[in-house]
Design a protein around this ligand. Structure first.
Ligand code: DC
Length: 226
């Protein structure tokens, strides 16, 4: 069973995906972490982030691993644990270059499908999981939240990253919304067959309950997942 969760930054995808997966007893995949890992590698190597061929070569080296655990994903790049580093503003600011590379996207979608094949069942979240990576997913969710709510959540996630304020995080999110939806390569689009969930006024548990209700309705899980 493949369940996709797509939506803009800060809509609550990662936490929701983790909790939903735990309730279902299946692994979850944070595909943003993959784009972030390549960003760290590119910054480490001093690669020109507009050099498509160099970015694609870097991604093809496949030098990072995701360790999918119940309480989170650890990201290992070239033997180094970069789980915390990928959440910094520096990495936030540079990831759109990586996400805008067609070569990188193709390779990462391949990696996502290979992981799904290996695991069988998966809750996977990102921007293109229902639209490009898993068009035949069993159920697709598209989660949104208003900008102030998303900024508050993202600030909490940054946990004191130097210089981050509510205003700077909000501006950063607004800019990422723009680049995510206006970029020529794989812009954020709502899959037409996705179920919309506005998480602004919901707790994470509320979102997970709403998703479980849809899964039950679709006959994908039994009443025991209540
Ligand atoms: O979800 P996130 O904030 O960790 O995503 C980091 C960046 O990667 C963001 O710029 C969007 C991009 N991304 C993407 O283009 N496609 C995905 N499947 C996941 C993330």
């Amino acid at each position: 069973m493949i369940i996709t969760i797509d939506g803009p930054a800060g809509a609550g995808k990662t936490t929701t995906a983790r909790k939903l997966a735990a309730r279902l007893g299946v692994p979850y995949l944070d595909t943003g972490a993959m784009y972030r890992a390549i960003t760290v590698a590119a910054l480490d190597d001093g690669i020109d982030l507009t050099d498509e061929a160099a970015l694609t070569r870097l991604a093809a080296q496949d030098e990072f691993n995701l360790e999918l655990g119940e309480d989170g994903i650890r990201v290992i790049l070239r033997g180094r644990d970069i789980t915390d580093e990928i959440r910094t503003m520096r990495v936030n600011d540079h990831t759109p270059y990586i996400a805008g590379s067609p070569g990188v996207r193709k390779l990462l979608i391949g990696k996502q499908r290979a992981i799904a094949e290996q695991l069988g069942s998966l809750v996977t979240e990102g921007r293109d999981q229902g639209s490009a990576a898993f068009p035949h997913a069993d159920l697709k969710f598209f989660v949104t939240a208003n900008l102030p709510t998303r900024a508050k959540r993202r600030l909490a996630e940054l946990r004191g990253d130097e210089g981050a304020t509510l205003a700077s995080v909000r501006d950063n999110l607004a800019e990422r919304d723009r680049t995510d939806s206006e970029r020529p390569v794989a812009p954020l689009v709502r899959p037409p067959d996705a179920i919309d969930i506005d998480t602004s006024a919901l707790s994470i548990d509320g979102v997970v309950e709403a998703m479980l209700a849809h899964l039950r309705e679709a006959g994908l899980v039994g009443a025991e997942s209540s």
